[in-house]
Design a protein around this ligand. Structure first.
Ligand SMILES: Cc1ncc(COP(=O)(O)O)c(C=O)c1O
Length: 385
């Protein structure tokens, strides 16, 4: 095909192929253990697969309601009530979406106008900045503080201007594996009290919080819940990232605007998958057991790294373990990640890709949502470096 014959002014001039695509391809090309991209290397449960097949075979294959089937919306609202004590009306306040990333993009599209500022925390999950920019908004970054990636709330206060339209939060956090405390959210609640700032709270790792701590959803804090979209992902929770299904929850007047955009974009989410999740969510243990399941994997991986020159940073949530390599190499993290893949057969994600400018600290992110056999092999390789 001949190229388009006119100059193109990109709406996203700084965006290229994502590092996840690059590292996964490199891992495949070099037959490396892939601890880079955040998805499980084990399958979902046979029960969940059987439910999906059941609803395909029972003919539920046409457009479902735009906001999602009521049974699933009810199950989501019930979970929000039982876990976070928050009451949401499934009719008007819960919308099923094709993934969490889509839900965040939709919330941004529904509210951010050209010139509006959106506060993001850096390092930031890679979709947030482009979602803001493609809608004409301006990302305003507040740094999380290395090495515990805590938030300087005074810096957040200083970042707020009359143009601030939105703030995107992510707890538990990718890529830092840090979590917000209740105190963090109380401070934020106070900071936003007299503002019109809307919050998009990316809580896709809500069930993956370790060491006995509780997930602090914005839904627990009335002054935040009234201005927030809470976003989560069935893909992450149930080890079916390829099914691409998530949801957004927000007060009715915010959700009304969200649905206006959703209606003219995807319009609906996959029908049989929704019926499957509506049934599957009745088994609360399937999500309540996840923290222990993934904590065991984290600890198994860390055990394998004892004596290694990589220094583990705290992993309080998500399925990521960050390792500081400053005792091993002065290389930039991207160079090291590529070299480890090619020369040692292990792929990771350089944390600098979640920053606009590479930071000075030297950290690689490893995903431990993998079988013990994979984790053991990965840890053995890393221990020899
Ligand atoms: C913080 C965060 N948000 C959203 C997503 C994507 O969720 P989904 O696949 O449901 O769009 C990811 C996946 O890595 C993530 O880490």
């Amino acid at each position: 095909m001949r190229p388009y014959p006119r100059p193109i002014t990109s709406k996203l001039p700084n965006v290229g192929t994502t590092i996840f695509t690059i590292m996964s391809k490199l891992a495949a090309d070099h037959n490396a253990i892939n601890l880079s991209q955040g998805f499980p290397d084990f399958d979902c449960t046979p029960e969940l697969r059987a439910l999906f097949c059941k609803y395909i075979n029972s003919g539920l294959n046409q457009y479902p309601p735009s906001a999602g089937i009521m049974g699933l919306r009810e199950a989501i609202a019930e979970k929000m009530q039982s876990l976070y004590g928050a009451t949401y009306d499934p009719e008007h306040e819960v919308t099923v979406t094709p993934g969490a990333t889509y839900a965040i993009f939709t919330a941004v599209s529904a509210f951010v106008r050209p010139g509006d500022e959106v506060i993001l925390f850096e390092p930031a999950y890679d979709s947030y900045g482009p979602a803001v920019e493609v809608n004409g908004g301006k990302p305003v970054y507040v740094q999380m503080q290395y090495p515990d990636y805590s938030i300087d709330w005074e810096a957040v206060r200083n970042a707020i201007t009359p143009r601030t339209r939105m703030m995107i939060l992510n707890t538990p956090n990718n890529p830092t594996a840090s979590v917000f405390s209740a105190e963090d959210l109380r401070v934020l609640e106070g900071l936003l009290r007299d503002t019109g700032i809307i919050v998009a709270s990316d809580e896709v790792y809500e069930h993956l919080v370790f060491d006995g701590h509780q997930h602090q959803s914005v839904a627990r804090f009335p002054g935040l819940a009234e201005r927030s979209f809470v976003v989560s992902s069935f893909g992450k929770t149930y080890a079916v990232t390829g099914w691409k299904m998530g949801y957004a929850i927000a007060p009715k007047n915010l959700m009304l605007e969200f649905r206006k955009v959703h209606q003219f974009n995807a319009f609906v989410s996959n029908s049989p998958v929704q019926y499957a999740f509506a049934d599957y969510m009745k088994n609360k243990d399937a999500y309540l057991s996840l923290a222990a399941f993934y904590q065991k994997k984290r600890d198994f991986f860390l055990d394998g790294l004892k004596g290694s020159r990589f220094k583990p940073l705290p992993s309080r949530g998500t399925f990521f373990q960050n390792l500081d390599y400053s005792a091993i190499s002065d290389e930039a993290d991207t160079d090291l990640a590529i070299r480890l893949t090619k020369e040692h057969g292990i792929a990771s994600i350089p944390v600098s890709v979640f920053y606009r400018k590479p930071p000075v600290h030297k950290v690689l992110r490893f995903c431990f949502a993998k079988s013990e056999e994979t984790l053991a092999r990965g840890a053995a390789i890393l221990s020899k470096i």
